[in-house]
Design a protein around this ligand. Structure first.
Ligand SMILES: Cc1cc2nc3c(=O)[nH]c(=O)nc-3n(C[C@H](O)[C@H](O)[C@H](O)COP(=O)(O)OP(=O)(O)OC[C@H]3O[C@@H](n4cnc5c(N)ncnc54)[C@H](O)[C@@H]3O)c2cc1C
Length: 368
């Protein structure tokens, strides 16, 4: 959608064919605070208007009963060149959207397609600036951002790049592979400097890890005949069941689509409690085949990511991105206290989180 708006100059309308975004700005200012009125500080006055605020207007308009929202493609698509670019955009990036249009018989040249928000995706630093906390480059990093090797995470000797690492407002394809190259060079330097010497992985460590990874297959083999009804087995959950449970939990407690992206402290605490139960049940996950084994481990990683999302949303007592999510108990953008990065540590043994604030320095000057 972002590419469409920027590239093809598309815009949106409510069901009556009206422009609606501007109508919601006064309400938004009231809700999130007057920084939004201040041309120096606000993201409201930026052009183009940030996606989260456009989402906010869209959600509000639909709630006011004037949905669906349409993306106006019919104008741009009359130009054959723009039409081609439009299809390139979708076929290259989000082929599922093109498939949906084909499946619902919508040709964006002759009909303005419906536009809506969906569940929030965790896309690492591409969309949310989140990810592993890693060292910056030595030439521009202030001391808080630098610990010896560019792109090295806080785990000594482990390097990261692209969507995996945080602290970047927007990781893109080209940025990700450039960063991958920087990370690889820094990792080579780390080895050349002799820092990796003396690393020994024992046969026992390998064997233990192998057992842990394949355990879901073993679990299935032992208990598969104890199904009581349908796919219900008192001895295990399968990856699909676990995923459905995680989706629902995150949706209802961590500001998902079904609650209009709203959450608060109480909801997040309940969500975290339920997530712990899911984590316990994950110990008994069963995988029917190697494909399900992959899904099982994806689920484990999603559970960990979800926990981090909830812990960070809980810690940050403000609504940084209205339209992406709302903290109902702190509906303001609070630059005074929260113009910071939030850093978490998860104790691998106890699963306990510790949270802290880290300064957010603007290293690149805005030249506009
Ligand atoms: C909908 C959408 C639209 C986007 N649009 C654009 C755009 O227009 N322009 C742009 O520049 N960027 C765009 N991006 C962002 C861009 O795609 C990402 O920033 C970039 O692809 C990240 O690259 P990466 O190598 O860090 O991660 P990825 O491309 O996610 O690569 C990580 C790889 O690791 C693999 N993996 C994960 N776990 C394991 C494991 N345990 N073992 C082995 N392999 C594993 C995954 O399968 C994956 O292949 C978009 C992203 C999305 C989601």
């Amino acid at each position: 959608m972002g590419a469409y708006f920027l590239h093809l100059k598309t815009y949106t309308q409510n069901c009556l064919g009206e422009e609606y975004e501007s109508k919601w700005w006064p309400q938004l200012q009231e809700m999130v605070g007057k920084e939004y009125l201040d041309p120096e500080a606000s993201h409201r006055t930026h052009r183009p208007i940030p996606t989260c605020l456009r989402n906010h207007a869209l959600i509000s308009e639909v709630n006011a009963g004037r949905g669906p929202i349409h993306m106006v493609t019919m104008e741009a698509f009359q130009d054959p060149h723009l039409e081609e670019i439009g299809w390139h955009n979708f076929l290259g990036m989000t082929v599922g959207q093109a498939v949906l249009w084909a499946a619902t018989d919508v040709d964006p040249k002759n009909e303005n397609p419906e536009l809506t928000t969906s569940e929030p995706y965790v896309m690492g630093s591409h969309a949310t600036g989140c990810g592993a906390w890693c060292s910056g480059p030595e030439d521009v990093s202030p001391p808080e951002y630098f610990w010896g090797y560019n792109r090295m995470t806080t785990v000594e000797g482990l390097f990261g790049a692209g969507d995996a690492v945080g602290g970047t407002p927007h990781a893109f394809s080209s940025g990700s592979f450039t960063e991958g190259r920087l990370a690889a060079k820094a990792a080579c330097k780390y080895i050349d400097d002799g820092k990796a010497e003396g690393i020994v992985v024992s046969q026992k460590q390998i064997e233990d890890r192998r057992k842990e990874i394949y355990k879901p297959l073993e679990h299935y083999r032992i208990y598969r005949n104890e199904i009581t009804a349908g796919s219900v087995n008192p001895n295990y959950i399968n990856p699909r069941q676990g995923l459905d449970r995680l989706q629902k939990l995150m949706d209802e407690y961590a500001g998902g689509a079904s609650v209009n992206y709203m959450t608060n402290e109480k909801l997040l605490h309940i969500g975290l409690k339920k997530l712990k139960l899911l984590e316990e049940d994950f110990e008994k996950i069963a995988a029917e085949d190697i494909h399900e084994l992959l899904r099982a481990w994806e689920l484990k990683h999603r559970i960990l990511s979800s926990e981090a999302v909830m812990q960070h949303t809980l810690f940050r007592k403000e609504t940084r991105w209205p339209g992406y999510y709302y903290r109902g108990d702190f509906l303001k953008v609070d630059d005074e206290n929260w113009h910071v990065l939030t850093v978490s540590r998860r104790d691998p043994k106890t699963g306990e989180y510790t949270m802290e604030k880290a300064p957010c320095y603007h290293l690149v000057e805005d030249t506009e």
